[in-house]
Design a binder for this molecule. Structure first.
Ligand code: AMP
Ligand code: ZN
Length: 115
């Protein structure tokens, strides 16, 4: 946990979120600035700053995040597919430095990786 990390603060309940899934290791909530009709984030409860900081120890939780994506996407109404994105670091366009998997759907996504 990191006191100055907004997503850690969401996990601790200090900042509200629109939760779509939670278990011991993982939280998923709607993106505050949705870029598609369905747009939520899946995050590990462990503070991992970026994908580049993940280690072998984090492989199980990363796998579970991927396995959850289609399940939650379907529940949220993305019945025709979805896009997953992990922005990493400055060149990756990462704004929040707590690893998160974007899941976007509910409409055809543009061909370019612009969202
Ligand atoms: P990234 O550019 O990949 O780091 O994406 C960060 C995402 O977090 C953006 O899509 C933001 O809209 C989203 N975001 C930032 N603050 C919050 C918040 N308090 N609740 C939900 N989503 C947030
Ligand atoms: Zn954090």
């Amino acid at each position: 946990m990191s006191d100055d990390c907004i997503f850690c603060r969401i996990i601790k309940g200090e900042i509200p979120c629109s939760k779509v899934y939670e278990d011991k290791e993982i939280l998923a909530f709607k993106d505050i600035h949705p870029q598609a009709p369905v747009h939520f984030l899946i995050i590990p409860k462990k503070h991992i700053a970026t994908l580049a900081d993940a280690t072998l120890e984090d492989v199980p939780v990363l796998g579970r995040m991927l396995e959850l994506a289609p399940r939650i996407a379907r529940e949220q109404g993305a019945s025709e597919g979805f896009r997953t994105i992990i922005n990493t670091g400055r060149h990756g366009g990462q704004e929040v430095y707590h690893l998160h998997l974007h899941v976007l759907g509910g409409q055809p996504m543009p061909a370019l990786l612009k969202y």
